[in-house]
Ligand binder design. Structure first.
Ligand SMILES: C[S@@+](CC[C@H](N)C(=O)[O-])C[C@H]1O[C@@H](n2cnc3c(N)ncnc32)[C@H](O)[C@@H]1O
Length: 226
């Protein structure tokens, strides 16, 4: 799926979210930097947008790493980083199931719109979560920006309608990859609400989990502390 999507991925994101995705990643980048990390990782970086935001905001000289298992996505991310002269970001081609770093290596780990991919009906979710927990320092942060479920029933129905009748067909049409955007709509409609996401993170050992709901809960930023 993530081998076919790249050429149009950023453009389709901007259109489908009315550019809100850019603002949401900026907020997540700020949250990821709140503990003044010296080493920070963007997991499932895709075309690199969260890593680039983090790099733009780092003043403390934090070393930024970005990991993904899709080579075409990484290629775009590297091109974008080079254009912005952020050639000090380290891009890593790897699977979250096997993150090539020692235990407790990162002060902060961020993930944008990919936690759902790792956890929604994914038989490997347990491996992913144990691996993520392993590489974060005790006291370190795991910051997730992801779709959630609005608490307001009307807003939730509108969100699901938008996903099913706009995101899925329009994303499929613009990208030429109908399957990817059908999956996006289906997984977002059926994904966890904030309480379910919090309970899940706590079940893997994260102590405090705080949530910031965005646009009434269409998306959320979770900050989980190891
Ligand atoms: C929906 S995209 C999100 C990309 C980016 N974080 C963003 O904000 O746009 C999901 C990304 O997760 C990557 N991905 C999914 N499962 C992965 C895994 N097990 N290991 C590494 N990357 C993975 C995909 O290759 C894809 O680039």
């Amino acid at each position: 799926m993530f081998t076919d999507v790249p050429p149009s991925y950023d453009f389709v994101n901007r259109v489908l979210t009315w550019r809100f995705d850019v603002i949401w990643r900026k907020k997540a980048a700020s949250e990821s930097l709140k503990n003044s990390p010296s080493k920070i990782l963007d997991l499932c970086t895709g075309t690199g947008d969260l890593a680039l935001q983090i790099r733009k905001k780092t003043e403390s000289g934090a070393k930024v790493f970005a990991l993904d298992y899709s080579k075409p996505m990484l290629k775009l991310a590297i091109t974008k980083a080079n254009k912005k002269k952020f050639d000090d970001i380290t891009f890593i081609h790897a699977d979250v199931a096997n993150i090539p770093f020692p235990d407790s290596h990162f002060d902060s780990v961020g993930i944008a719109f990919a936690f759902r991919n790792l956890t929604f009906n994914n038989p490997d979710h347990d491996i992913f979560l144990k691996e993520i927990y392993r590489i974060i320092k005790p006291g370190g942060r795991f910051v997730i920006v992801e779709t959630s479920q609005p608490k307001n029933k009307l807003l939730r129905s509108l969100f699901h309608f938008y996903m099913k009748h706009i995101t899925s067909p329009l994303g499929g049409f613009l990208s030429g990859n109908r399957g990817a955007y059908r999956y996006l709509a289906h997984s977002a409609i059926n994904y966890w609400n904030d309480q379910e996401a919090t309970d899940y993170l706590k079940s893997y050992g994260f102590s405090q989990v705080t949530t910031k709901m965005i646009l009434g809960g269409i998306s959320a930023i979770y900050v989980a502390i190891k």
